[in-house]
Design a protein around this ligand. Structure first.
Ligand SMILES: [Mn+2]
Length: 347
């Protein structure tokens, strides 16, 4: 495995040289975050990001993410031009040495929580989702933690309206249309596409979601069989759903050669509905068996990229929720331990 770390480029509050100091760190996971969705990234920007990473001895082999325009998901007439731009971005990424691209196909919201600073007993805080609080949200007057600056109310209502008669199959067909056009480019330039699961893994506000469980992935892989059509297996996203057996999924897709990127994070289910809190990475802290996850990956020949997904805010750090240094670095140390043990045992 190659251990990586998400880095938001020069605007990230964490100096990139700190990342190099994390044991066994191989590279950054980043993107041209300042380019509007649907536009082509400049090769200069990509080269600049790469040279900053390389300058401190880190690689830049994983992009997270190249965002997919809503018009592609909705299957609008503009999609062909947008898909062309997407293909061009894949080619440009490949030209600077990128090997894996993470993306998602969630309508409108690519993550959702009801709390950004959930207070934990130990004094740390983390992202959380409460079923009860979610019931109180009015879809016609949406105010969502972390989202209020991204869309105006009019834009949001327009998007929700556009999807209102949209079925899971409609969205799936548009995903296949997209993949049938981008995967041949990936095959040509050697880039692995890794779809990120729905976060959390169920429909919200009547928006269809199609990457929420094992059957969803199987259907997607059957439709476009190239192994470059793969998954970012985010344990915290799939694992928030009680319906997902994350250990089994990690083993299965490692074996199939479709697990290109592993996001490791634990969650604690806090009621018998859908509520959960993001916790530290250790098995003991949450509801997922992290040692079994890593073991399943190693036993089944996983050789992709790994990153600690979100972390808590600890030790007084006040970072972008989920993306502080300290708890993610602790996660790295733990992940290194799990892999070292699993690899020795399975030699
Ligand atoms: Mn993730």
């Amino acid at each position: 495995m190659k251990l990586t770390f998400r880095w938001y480029g020069e605007s990230d509050c964490i100096p990139v040289q700190y990342l190099r100091q994390i044991p066994n760190m191989s590279g950054v996971v980043t993107a041209c975050y300042d380019v509007p969705v649907g536009e082509v990234w400049s090769v200069e920007s990509l080269k600049k990001l790469k040279s900053i990473a390389n300058g401190v001895g880190l690689e830049m082999e994983v992009i997270e993410s190249i965002p997919v325009s809503e018009d592609i998901k909705l299957g609008k007439p503009t999609r062909d031009k947008l898909i062309e731009n997407y293909c061009e971005n894949i080619r440009r990424c490949a030209s600077v040495g990128v090997k894996c691209v993470c993306y998602n196909f969630m309508p409108v919201f690519d993550w959702l929580r009801t709390e950004m600073y959930h207070q934990n007993e130990d004094g740390s805080n983390s992202l959380a989702y409460s079923w009860a609080d979610f019931q109180k949200i009015d879809p016609h007057n949406l105010h969502l933690p972390g989202w209020d600056e991204s869309y105006s109310q009019d834009e949001l209502q327009g998007l929700l309206e556009a999807y209102s008669h949209f079925s899971h199959d409609d969205l799936f067909n548009n995903l296949v249309y997209f993949l049938e056009r981008i995967i041949p480019v990936c095959d040509e330039v050697g880039v692995k596409m890794a779809i990120h699961p729905d976060d959390p893994p169920w429909d919200i506000f009547g928006l269809p979601r199609i990457v929420s469980n094992e059957a969803d992935l199987d259907r997607m892989f059957a439709a476009v069989p190239s192994k470059n059509n793969g998954v970012t297996l985010c344990t915290g996203s799939f694992g928030a759903g009680r319906h997902n057996d994350v250990v089994h999924m990690v083993g299965k897709y490692s074996k199939e050669g479709r697990l290109h990127f592993l996001h490791l994070r634990n969650v604690k289910w806090t009621d018998d509905k859908d509520s959960f809190v993001e916790v530290g990475h250790c098995t003991k802290d949450g509801s997922l068996d992290m040692a079994a996850v890593v073991d399943a990956a190693v036993v089944n020949g996983f050789d992709g990229y790994v990153r600690p997904d979100h972390g808590r805010n600890i030790w007084g750090e006040d970072a972008k929720p989920g993306y502080g240094l300290f708890d993610r670095a602790l996660g790295c140390a733990y992940i290194n331990g799990l892999f070292e043990m699993a690899e020795k045992k399975n030699k």
